[in-house]
Ligand binder design. Structure first.
Ligand code: TEU
Ligand code: CA
Length: 575
């Protein structure tokens, strides 16, 4: 039996500092806002907090472009504020995890400034520089790779007349992990500095991109573009195991946990290599199988309703299968700061359905094995903002670059732009980044009422129907249901957190029906993914007809009805 580390039973609450709570009225969330709400966070029933990058940064990519690992972004606070926040978090019996962003830095980081200053600078090789290639006398980047935010991954630097690699924005140059001196500097500055201050682990950004493999051109998948999707080439390169093993030696000294972000890795056996305990690479990863559902090659090209429930279930099955007969561990999440809201994407955000949708997803997530991650606002059922928001109200570089690309490629065709915006309304990262809806006070209680500055991003219009203050008082709220589900998950953790998952009806397009087994015990979850009000689950009798006890129902019914309400979920103890 694999060892039960604390983080296996953990429930992690993810905070996006810019949008959680603003205490000084400058329109930007801050560390004091997190401090003020620690008791609220604790009351949800979570035990670990993950804070998205709070380091100093020019904020081209909302802090994922770090200019100094050892400093806090001044509008958020100071290193001392962080030390205090870590202490106060620990005092409440919770743990603190930070974001570790070391695939790239900001172009304003001192390391890059040196690296770019001359070809002979001692830090030149800390980043990835390549000469141009010339095609018919025309200067071209070293290869045809498409960046994560569109365009080439190469940026020409006129000073030294070479290109540098940036898998994300040009302002986010990739560090050269091949250089041992660079790696040592990363461990010291980005990791040990904070481990010494008591953090309990890291969410490791884009971890599978450290080793890039060879730099051959990617195959042509988009005829209309000079730049081609290359994610399968720059992810999971040949030296990943070595780099992670080395990094793990630092982490081990502090008994720190890791959860690595693992995009572009469809092969489950490759994922298991990262998270098998004996490999000593990462404790767990975020696979993208579930959140990529309903996305096109440019992510925004399609609407999320274009997928079938059977595909969603198969994606969950792949994440659950990691622990089947292995010493690996897995994660459960539907949202984070890079994803639109789960109620909108996977159920319905119509006023009459959103509460049911939020509860049913909570029930489903709490019945799945692995470490559970909740993103701020998910616990109260926040949804996407509407189509009426103007493009200027989208703040994410990913969204604006996509819109610009469509504009260019369609020569500003109005219909292409309308559908680009519809696509952003479904899938943009902006939906997760709006100010938290605390109450019906001005700015939804995100900034103090006396605030003169408007929040950095528009607050939602629906705070009257969805806010934390109201839901804390309402026993029928999404928040109350999350609290209940988290306590059910704790009580039945062998089955719910560690049990063996099996999808009992993979092809049904309305119901997700799965069992969890552990030590001769069994639970069955039945989740209705449709808007129909009285929908019969045809195999109800066959699957839970015998001796059964209702553990929990998201609708409050007694569990004997064969018919399910819109987005209703139930868990039964059976046998
Ligand atoms: O995301 C990396 C990633 O692979 C994607 O989820 C990415 O956000 C997507 O391709 C954009 O459409 C991480 C962070 O979570 C993200 O916020 C950062 O922008 C990115 O790394 C760069 O640090
Ligand atoms: Ca502030």
């Amino acid at each position: 039996v694999p060892e039960r580390k604390w983080w296996k039973d953990g429930v992690v609450y993810q905070i996006y500092p810019a949008s959680f709570k603003d205490t000084n009225g400058d329109g930007i969330g801050d560390l004091n806002g997190i401090l003020e709400e620690l008791d609220y966070i604790k009351s949800i029933g979570v035990d670990t907090i993950w804070i998205c990058p709070m380091y100093d940064s020019p904020q081209v990519d909302m802090g994922y472009d770090i200019s100094d690992y050892e400093k806090v972004y001044p509008p958020y606070g100071t290193v001392q504020d962080m030390e205090n926040l870590i202490a106060e978090t620990h005092k409440r019996g919770m743990r603190m995890v930070l974001d570790l962003v070391v695939n790239h830095t900001s172009d304003q980081h001192a390391w890059f400034k040196e690296s770019r200053s001359s070809k002979t600078n001692p830090k030149r090789d800390w980043y990835i520089w390549r000469p141009a290639r010339y095609v018919n006398g025309e200067r071209k980047p070293p290869n045809n790779w498409l960046g994560n935010f569109g365009g080439s991954v190469w940026q020409w630097d006129p000073l030294t007349e070479e290109y540098y690699l940036h898998l994300f924005c040009p302002e986010q140059p990739d560090l050269n992990w091949e250089n041992p001196e660079t790696r040592a500097a990363i461990y010291k500055s980005a990791m040990e500095f904070w481990l010494e201050r008591g953090v309990d682990g890291f969410r490791v950004d884009t971890v599978n991109m450290y080793s890039k493999g060879d730099m051959r051109d990617a195959p042509i998948t988009d005829e209309g573009s000079e730049w081609q999707f290359a994610g399968l080439q720059y992810c999971n390169g040949p030296r990943m195991a070595e780099f992670l093993g080395e990094m793990n030696q630092v982490l081990e000294k502090y008994d720190a946990m890791t959860v690595g972000e693992c995009p572009n890795t469809p092969d489950t056996s490759r994922v298991i290599q990262y998270v098998s305990a004996k490999e000593k690479q990462l404790n767990m990863v975020f696979q993208f199988d579930v959140v990529d559902i309903g996305q096109g090659p440019y992510k925004f090209q399609t609407t999320p309703k274009n997928y079938k429930l059977s595909e969603f279930k198969a994606a969950i099955d792949r994440t659950q299968s990691l622990i089947k007969g292995t010493d690996a561990w897995t994660t459960v999440f539907l949202e984070n700061h890079d994803q639109a809201r789960s109620i909108t994407r996977f159920t319905s955000d119509k006023p009459e359905h959103r509460v049911a949708g939020g509860k049913m997803l909570a029930l489903m997530m709490c019945a799945l094995s692995g470490t559970l991650f909740i993103y701020q606002g998910q616990e109260i059922g926040m949804t996407n903002f509407g189509l009426d928001w103007d493009m200027s109200e989208y703040k994410d570089v990913d969204s604006s670059n996509y819109y610009k690309m469509v504009d260019q490629r369609s020569s500003s065709s109005p219909s292409a732009l309308v559908s680009a915006k519809a696509s952003l309304q479904h899938l943009a990262r902006d939906h997760a980044r709006v100010p938290f809806s605390w109450s019906t006070a001005p700015y939804n209680g995100f900034s103090p009422p006396s605030s003169t500055a408007k929040p950095w991003m528009r607050a939602l219009d629906d705070a009257a129907t969805c806010n934390a203050a109201q839901q804390q008082k309402d026993p029928n709220s999404v928040l109350a249901f999350w609290k209940k589900m988290l306590s059910v998950r704790r009580e039945y953790k062998d089955l719910l957190v560690h049990g063996q998952f099996e999808d009992l009806d993979p092809s049904d397009e309305d119901f997700f029906v799965f069992e969890k087994t552990w030590g001769g015990k069994k639970v069955v979850a039945i989740c209705h993914f449709g808007e129909g009000q009285e929908v019969k689950y045809g195999r109800f009798g066959e699957i839970v007809g015998g001796k059964r006890e209702l553990l929990v129902s998201s609708s409050g019914g007694d569990g004997n009805e064969e018919k399910f309400g819109a987005f209703e979920g139930r868990i039964y103890l059976v046998g």
